[in-house]
Design a protein around this ligand. Sequence first.
Ligand code: IVH
Length: 668
Amino acid sequence: MDVQMAEKRVKDLQNLLNQYGYEYYVLDQPSVPDAEYDQLIRELIELEENYPQFRSPDSPTQRVGGAILEMFEKVEHRTPMLSLGNAFNEADLRDFDRKVRQAVGEDYAYVCELKIDGLAVTLSYENGYFVQGATRGDGTTGEDITENLKTIKSIPLRIKEPISIEVRGEAFMPRRSFEALNKAKEERGEEPFANPRNAAAGSLRQLDPKLAAKRNLDIFLYAVADLGGMDVTAHSEALDLLDRLGFKTNKERRKCATIDEVLAYIEAWVEMRPNLSYDIDGIVVKVDSLEQQQRLGFTAKSPRWAIAYKFPAEEVVTTLRDIELNIGRTGVVTPTAILDPVRVAGTTVQRATLHNEDLIREKDIKIGDRVVVKKAGDIIPEVVNVLADQRTGDELDFHMPTHCPECESELIRLDGEVALRCINPKCPAQIREGLIHFVSRNAMNIDGLGEKVISQLFSEHLIKDVADIYKLTEDQLLALERMGKKSVSNLLEAIEASKGNSLERLLFGLGIRHVGSKAARTLAQQFENLYALQKATREDLTAINEIGDKMADSIVSFFEMEEAKELIAELEAAGVNFDYKGPKPVSVESSDSFFAGKTIVLTGKLEQLTRNDAKERLEALGANVAGSVSKKTDLVIAGEDAGSKLDKAQSLGIEVWDEERLVQELKI
Ligand code: IVH
């Protein structure tokens, strides 16, 4: 083949494959079998390798994911990416409608769209070519995730007209991809994603685009960032324009002439929502006319011409097959409902905690009952109530056992507690749970050493205490189920790396009663070294502000135990670090930080830093980060979609900051 012929073939293949890709991923109407597409793309890859001068930025070969990034660059949005006000019921929607009518008169229409549960992104095109894609960030500044976005096949690398345009939409993970991903993660013993939204966000925040490419993400575009100069007078026309340019838009949108039509659309989607192949968390209602949108304008945070109706937490009915008992690392016996698998709020649920026997009595739960299940905070499955009128008479009463199902010692109800406990320190269930805790994310954070692998290692007697983790060999790990050479070497590396963790992780990981991750940090900061803490008396400990009598006693008795002394010696021999490596503690009185001594509540979705990260930084500056808003709260940091905590803060007149302000003040 000569160069000219090669050039023509490369161009033809690029065009043809882009067309096939468009038909497959955007229109959902494939016109050629997959095998034919695969063969043509292989031909194109080879030709482009031999003739790299003909590789173009919109070639379908450019989607595979390029070089690994060090970090994401910041992108300042040319027009801010706002969020929407929320409506939770009919009254909120009628209120919104009244305000619209007051502002624009009688003659207006709405466009209703599905509120896709993913993450907002913005895509910039220059002369028809995709040049940059970014996250929403704080609405003003996001992160450049262009390379990851290129791996989403429904994002055109070149649009159908050579124009410059910025478009916005929601990137998401379809349910099937999410389930496959979580299944694979669980098989590798990794923590699964809680829901498709987190999975999509996690995938787009991968610094290695090759990983993002494996995640099968998708997108719906719902807006043009700046319609100036375009021949468009209504939002519905903008969506049609997006279609014409080759973007993927959601086809379930409807124009509604009245708020009653909007309500009917919402009602219909409450029913149809489970049948979708992706998650939605509400319906977005937008005034159609752009001129009317302009008249309505914006509040500080969101447009007055649109509102997001949020679905109530989804509730589903299933059968409670059994009640299983779990023994936690402190010996507490927790009854767990085993359910017929059922999809709720984005994932398949098969278990729900029942907390304790009192709760089972209160809700009158019997084995075999039909039960209503929801996810509290859309994450933790919970049995809401029993459908007692559907009982057949075959249901069985549940009674808590008198003895530990794992070690058979007698269960005790400690004074003032509702929980039953196994108090045998040698109970295998407690030891196993303690090991799982030791490797968990907030403790030693050993990647690849999840619940399943620990359970296997424990039941095969390869580990009996946490020090044994550091004695594991390649051969022992290779003998485990589903452990290949690569995962074993990654795991050994992660174990090795964990030896260098700062002291607070080790302290928390040891699972000393009453010592949570916050107390572990305080102790690590104060004593700086494990041996120093080991020598501390009850008085030394209670002298510290946040350490009470109960915790002090528990720490002293832990270090007095022969087993603990032996364990510490073994950990030291293994080379585990015993020193605190974090920032120096700030004494509240002397700290000149604005945050010192303040009680702060974090709520809503944070985008630029994780909740944990924000918490750690604030605590390092002397703040007390609390879980709920009260009169004692000094400041609330409200991320996106903040809910009742924000409302409460506002009603109490407490100062509220958005994430951007926090980031500024923390000087990140
Ligand atoms: S319109 C000016 N339409 O919901 C606001 N948003 O707070 C433009 N979302 O962060 C947003 N589906 O990521 C719009 N069809 C849709 C949407 C949608 C999902 C997300 C968006 C935004 C949040 C609203």
